[in-house]
Design a protein around this ligand. Structure first.
Ligand code: GTP
Length: 362
């Protein structure tokens, strides 16, 4: 038996309005809930039992996966009445673990897409005698992240808050959101209150002389927490830049799920996914985008690096770039949305007058 805890209770505020009715881990990425990719990868790495630590929109997880048999996993659900933070959630989930005190337990953030060799992290942990092994990744610009320097033997030296000055950037290694804990270390996290592993548990272990092992892995890594990252992750999966056993179609420029209708005169590219019940009409161009179930893209519309929510519609002739259109929102024909805009769920934007191209200045 090999066990894992998956943290899926966050509110996903940075992805609003996509997360208004769907928790971030259940949003469709490359056509299936993001969590399905993670669970399939965990199963492929030999994980047999997963405790899902839920809070926000908790009931939707069991509705989606039931007992997990379809994924070849045993799934157990635990819900926090009030979110307990990452450490509190891990501690709360531990009540449902079966591993013995000395056994390794994997812990995953529910929003990280990565090509990490999960089995190697777990087996390396067993051999190392560390209390916790942490997956670290290198990023070109670490300013937005907490830094995790390690010594020549991979021993974590510190957990540093987001650097504010160039001098504080002493490493490009950041916490990648996947850990192996020795079970007894989880049981030592205080129960019944909010705890952050990043800010409290790990620094506390270091202060008391604990051995935290950092494993730098440079395979694909992406935190899907923002709309831009979300569309990139989906497009990268569709184009095969990162493998997933759960991809619902062949790798290529686009995946169209059964039950979607795409006109022969429409063009899909850049790793676009069109989910079931969605319609893409004649002349529409959809690039590197996520078209969620039941959405409609009108004739000659251009949709670029955007997410179109469930049952939402983008009218004919619209230009939608790097935007999020919330569930059931309706963007009337000929709207040109400012890049980066987010349309709240259910909003109706009236049609615009047909645009006539301005003459090009001589
Ligand atoms: P933002 O609100 O956009 O920051 O997203 P988030 O709520 O998902 O927070 P964050 O990205 O920091 O969370 C990292 C992972 O931990 C995600 O998989 C969350 O689902 C999960 N998580 C965060 N806080 C909690 C919590 O209090 N309880 C549980 N069970 N999971 C949590």
């Amino acid at each position: 038996m090999s066990e894992a805890i998956l943290l899926v209770g966050g509110k996903g505020t940075r992805l609003r309005p996509l997360t208004t009715f769907t928790p971030k881990p259940l949003l469709r990425v490359a056509g299936v809930p993001f969590l399905t990719h993670q669970l399939a990868r965990a199963a492929a790495a030999g994980v047999t039992r997963v405790v899902l630590a839920t809070s926000y929109l908790a009931e939707l997880f069991e509705q989606e996966y039931g007992d997990g048999a379809q994924l070849g996993l045993e799934l157990v659900y635990v819900t926090e009445a009030e979110p307990l933070g990452t450490g509190g959630a891990i501690r709360n989930a531990a009540r449902h673990l079966r591993s013995g005190p000395g056994e390794p337990v994997l812990v995953f953030n529910g929003d990280i897409l990565s090509g990490l060799d999960i089995a190697a992290l777990r087996e390396g942990h067993r051999a190392s005698g560390a209390e916790v092994s942490l997956h670290l990744t290198r990023v070109p610009d670490p300013r937005a992240f907490g830094l995790v320097p390690t010594d020549a033997h991979g021993r974590v030296e510190a957990f540093l808050e987001k650097p504010e000055t160039p001098e504080e950037i002493i490493t490009d290694q950041i916490n990648a959101g996947c850990y192996v804990f020795t079970r007894s270390v989880i049981d030592a996290i205080p129960a019944g209150r909010e705890v952050s592993v990043e800010r409290e548990t790990f620094p506390g272990l270091l202060r008391s002389g604990g051995f935290l092992r950092g494993v730098v892995d440079e395979s694909y890594w992406l935190d899907l927490g923002t709309p831009a990252a979300f569309v990139k992750g989906s497009a990268d999966l569709v184009r095969g830049l990162i493998d997933s056993p759960a991809l619902p179609g062949a790798v290529g420029e686009a995946i169209v799920l059964p039950g979607a209708q795409v006109d022969e005169q429409a063009r899909l590219s850049g790793g676009t996914v069109v989910c079931e019940g969605a319609v893409v009409e004649r002349g529409a161009v959809v690039e590197a985008s996520v078209v969620l179930p039941g959405a409609r893209i009108g004739p000659d519309a251009l949709v670029h690096r955007s997410v179109v929510g469930r049952q939402a519609s983008v009218g004919g002739g619209c230009v939608v770039r790097e935007a999020v259109v919330g569930d059931t929102a309706q963007v009337g024909p000929y709207n040109e949305l400012p890049p980066g805009v987010r349309i709240a769920c259910g909003v109706q934007l009236p049609a615009q007058a047909v645009r006539v191209s301005a003459p090009v200045a001589a």
